[in-house]
Each structure stands twice: as C-alpha cells, then as structure tokens.
Ligand binder design. Structure first.
Ligand code: NAD
Length: 341
C-alpha cells in the first residue's frame, strides 16, 4: 500500500523538500498546536525529517517538554509555551505558516475529567484561533478529531457517515462534544471563508511517549505489568478497541494533509481486540508475573469500537502497517527503558 503520499517522512533527509504527488503542494513551515503531547511530538519529528520547519505551540497541561527536548537541538524547530485559547499568542506568532495542525486538547479520560472546562475551550476557542491563523496565512488546516464523536456506537464498524450516539451531559461529554463542536466549526469556517480544512477522526492510538498515569489502557497495563502489580481490567474485559500504532496514525495524518480531501476521515487500526486479550498479551510481552484484576467499568465507556477505514484506503492510499504485537513490543521496550532511566 502507498504510504503517506508525498511524505516519505523518516526516509527524507532533513533539509530536502518533497513535493506531494497528490496535490503538488510543498510544506515549508507548520504550526503544530499540542505538539509536545504524545501524537504531536511524533508528528513534529516526522515533519522535521521531511524538511518542514515546525513551530510547536503547547501549554504543557498534559504534554511534556521531554517529548520534544531532543527536537529543540534540530534546526527548523521552535517550541512556544502558550495556550491555544490565547488568541493574541496565536495571531502574533511571527512568520507565515502553510500548514496549521490543531492537536491541542487534553485527550485521555483522566485528563479531560480533570480539565473539563479547558477541554471545551480547546475545542471551541482553541480551534477557532487555529482556524483564523490558517485563514490569515492561506494555510492548510487539520483538526485531529476523534472516534469519540461516535460515542457509544450503535453502528459497527463506524463509518464517517455515522452521526454517533453521545450523551451530551455524561461525564465524557466534555471531550466528545468539544470535538463535535470543533468539527462543526471547521465545517462552517470552510463554508464561510473558504479555509482549506481537513478533519481526521483518530481511533485509539498507542506507542512510546504515552504517560503511564494517563489512564489509557495500554500505558496503564504496561506500567502495572512492569511493576509486577495486578493489571486492572474494567468490567469483564469483553469491551473491544482497535489499536493503531502511532507511526501509522502519523502516516494517516500526513497523507490527509498532503491530499485535497476535506474529511472527516477515520484513521485507526482494524484488529479489534478485547481489553482482556490486550492485558494478557502485555503480561506475556513483559514476562511479568502480574495477575489480572477486574474493576468497575467507567460510565459511558463504549462497548465496541472499530473504524471502517475504506475511505482512508481508497482516497489516501493509507492503511495501518504495524501489527499490534509488534507495536506493543516496541512500546513495552520504551516503557521499560523509561522506567530504568
Ligand atoms: P496528549 O494529551 O498527549 O497531547 C495533547 C497536547 O495538547 C499536550 O501536549 C497538551 O499539553 C496540549 N494542550 C492541551 N490543551 C492545550 C491548550 N489549550 N493550549 C496549548 N496546548 C494544549 O494527547 P494525544 O494523545 O497526543 O492527542 C493529541 C490529539 O489527538 C488530541 O487532539 C486528541 O484529541 C487527538 N486524538 C488522540 C487519540 C489517541 O488515541 N491518542 C485518539 C483520538 C484523537
């Protein structure tokens, strides 16, 4: 399968520009909001490797400077500590961008439950600010939306045409509705101002640089297994997720920006696994003696989740390439090294 049209990423020597065979556009300078987070830091790295200069704007509310510390030594990278909801901070960033990638938003349940109002602000004011900057600069804009817009889905697998099943006053609503509002904002901005926008709906992504305490299943299970503690599986562990390794997700994001598609486009893994299978596989991969402990299931936790990725395959030539055992092995290795450091 083709991989990231126009963006061979890590294989492109720094400093050389690649032209996209899809759109013929060349990205010289990108603004990445939320660039010090898990997905954002991998994205910044890939852009730099492909020869795009990067300004990473992040308030570090859930991200970490250590994620991008190594990038600061590279030419073409700049870190700005600021809030995406600060209109002036975004408007006055010097220079011109031809790509604005808006990732800034708390993303793990533990984070958005701790930061509910900030999460709504990131989706509303933060998205508006990033859109205005893209419009002012004539840049291509990407919103990283989420599979959570489908809520607890009544359709399976989820296609982009499905409208979702979200409880607007449930505990997860701050995140789900923030992203649904952000999608509406992006759509309106394109209609009113002709802004060159794209929306990606990312499904569960995992990999190095997730935080062990962020409450998501993969880092939680790996940290528990490495510590020899019981793996806490919610409910009876029969709920499913489809995991996507972060390199594949970043490929999908870059393939979408290199295309002329507006989205929304699903990007995610297609191998659906139960949380119990995931926990058992992590115990195996870590060689841990940990047991499984079943704990209460969070309110509104979706029962099943798997993307229909036909659109990404057909329009972007994208498909996930890293199988989950291989991806988990890399991730376990990273967590083990981080714990030992
Ligand atoms: P993350 O928490 O690691 O990264 C989010 C980053 O945004 C952090 O560095 C945080 O400090 C920053 N941030 C938050 N609010 C901000 C604000 N107001 N101003 C400036 N910076 C701010 O999460 P992630 O997993 O890397 O997610 C990145 C994006 O991808 C998010 O928009 C998220 O909704 C989306 N997404 C991620 C997944 C996934 O599985 N990781 C799935 C679906 C969607």
């Amino acid at each position: 399968a083709a991989r990231s049209p126009g963006y061979s990423g890590r294989h492109a020597p720094v400093g050389e520009r690649e032209e996209s065979p899809v759109s013929g556009r060349i990205w010289r300078r990108a603004l990445v909001t939320g660039g010090a987070g898990f997905v954002g830091s991998h994205l910044c790295e890939r852009l730099l490797e492909a020869g795009t200069d990067v300004v990473c704007l992040d308030n570090l509310c859930t991200g970490a400077y250590t994620n991008i510390a190594a990038l600061e030594r590279r030419p073409g990278f700049r870190f700005v500590r600021a809030d995406a909801t600060d209109t002036r901070a975004i408007r006055t960033l010097p220079g011109r961008f031809d790509l604005v990638l808006h990732l800034a938003c708390p993303a793990s349940p533990a984070d958005y439950l701790r930061l509910p109002l900030e999460t709504l602000d990131a989706g509303s004011t933060g998205t508006r600010n990033a859109l205005e900057r893209a419009r002012a600069d004539g840049a291509r804009f990407l919103l990283t939306s989420t599979s959570e817009v489908y809520g607890d889905p009544l359709e399976h697998p989820q296609r982009e045409t499905y409208w979702g099943n979200v409880n607007p006053v449930g505990p997860r609503s701050v995140y789900d509705e923030s992203k649904r509002f952000a999608e509406a904002l992006v759509t309106a901005h394109r209609a009113v101002h002709g802004t060159d926008t794209a929306i990606v709906r990312i499904f569960n992504t995992y990999g190095p640089r997730m935080r062990s305490g962020d409450g998501r299943a993969v880092p939680t299970f790996i940290s528990q297994a490495l510590a020899g503690a019981p793996l806490t599986v919610a409910g009876d562990g029969s709920q499913t997720r489809s995991l996507c390794y972060v390199d594949d997700t970043v490929d999908g994001l870059l393939a979408l920006v290199a295309s002329d598609e507006t989205g929304p486009v699903n990007i995610g893994g297609e191998d659906e696994i139960t949380m119990l299978e995931l926990a058992r596989r992590i115990v195996e991969l870590t060689g841990s003696r940990s047991r499984i402990r079943f704990v209460g299931r969070p309110v509104d936790d979706p029962g099943r989740r798997r993307p229909d990725t036909r659109l990404a395959r057909e329009r972007l030539g994208w498909s996930p390439r890293v199988d989950w055992t291989e991806g988990l092995r890399h991730t376990v290795g990273w967590f083990a090294r981080a714990a030992a450091a």
